[in-house]
Design a protein around this ligand. Sequence first.
Ligand code: SF4
Ligand code: SF4
Length: 403
Amino acid sequence: MRPEKIEGSYLKAKMDYTTRELLKRYARMAVGQPFAPVLLNILVTSVCDMRCTHCFFTEELDDRPRKKLQMKTHEIQRIAETLGGNLGVLIIAGGEPFTRKDLPEIVRAFYENNRLESVYLMSNGQIQKRILPDVARILEECPKLNVAVALGIDGLKEEHEKIRQKPGSWDIAIDTARQLQAMKRQYNNRLDVQTCTCVMRSNQDRIFEWYDFLKYELKPDKVNINYIRPPSADPRELEFDHAIYARLSKMIDEDSRQAAIKNNYTGEAGFFKAAIDIYMHGLIAKTKEENRAQLRCYAGTAGAVIYDEGTVSSCENLAPVGNLRDYDWNFWRLWNSPAMKARRRKVADGCFCTHESNCYYPSLPFNPKHLIQIKRLEREMKRARREYERAEAEEGEGVAVEI
Ligand code: SF4
Ligand code: SF4
């Protein structure tokens, strides 16, 4: 066997699944071929039990004619079968996804057809009788899947309940987080509890107190922040002090580099995925400051959005490109359509925004200049975590000896 061949197979064996999948896409990108998205965002329903002041989906919520068009389980299964490749991250959002009774079946379809690596289940954390058993079922039925439940909690009790317009909702969401945290060990730590806080006018004044609560009390696996974007149910929420977002992003970045908060996901690529997240917040702040693109967006190439009634878009900021209903639920056919190709050309033409999961998350791994920084951050986070765990273990031994 030739030495380069040995080296090649050794590298291949060492390479984690995420890196292998990214390289496959890089190869297709190099020859101008479309490839299956690495990140798929499905808004599985427009039904929701809340009416948040920052919601961008308010007009669609609980719209009766729209609900009749909601994708059925078998239609989503067909999308999974025709996706055209393996999937790194599936984001299930809505509405409130847990209002659907078939969430475990939906996740399993992508797990079985696309070797799904991680699912992020976005939730307002209210319907515990659905959330807890469904998350347990997903973990049991998908034994290699990394599951993150991302709970939308927008600050301390007063701010959260004002924004969510639902008294008592903060206590339920926090209780859901704690109950999920208690489930982690049972599933070999494949479950991450994440908090998602949208930074806006109503929570800006006490956002650092909220962060302290997360850091010292709730201690989620992952702390996530979102930059509020239009359309917002209450447009006044959009007018907030940008410097607060920038300061908070920096704080999270520094705490993550020093392992002062856990802030990573489970799984082989957990640190990498978290590093993208942490890095992108700084970039979003810069985008706002300079009002210009900081990366090339690959929405519609590396990332896709599917709405509850079957329409597909590159992102939530641009109009849908087509409806899967008209393509017999064959995703790859729509993904390869002339309309989708035209959308990619439009995206490549310097488009920019602050959308975390549509723009930054799928695009950053395909921007080599940023990828280098992300890999550096990932290494730093890993090193700090190792040192933190070593110190904790030594402290534990010290206590044992003293006893
Ligand atoms: S932000 Fe989420 S929880 Fe709030 S109303 Fe919109 S869909 Fe519902
Ligand atoms: S930059 Fe934003 S609006 Fe433009 S295509 Fe990307 S995600 Fe969509």
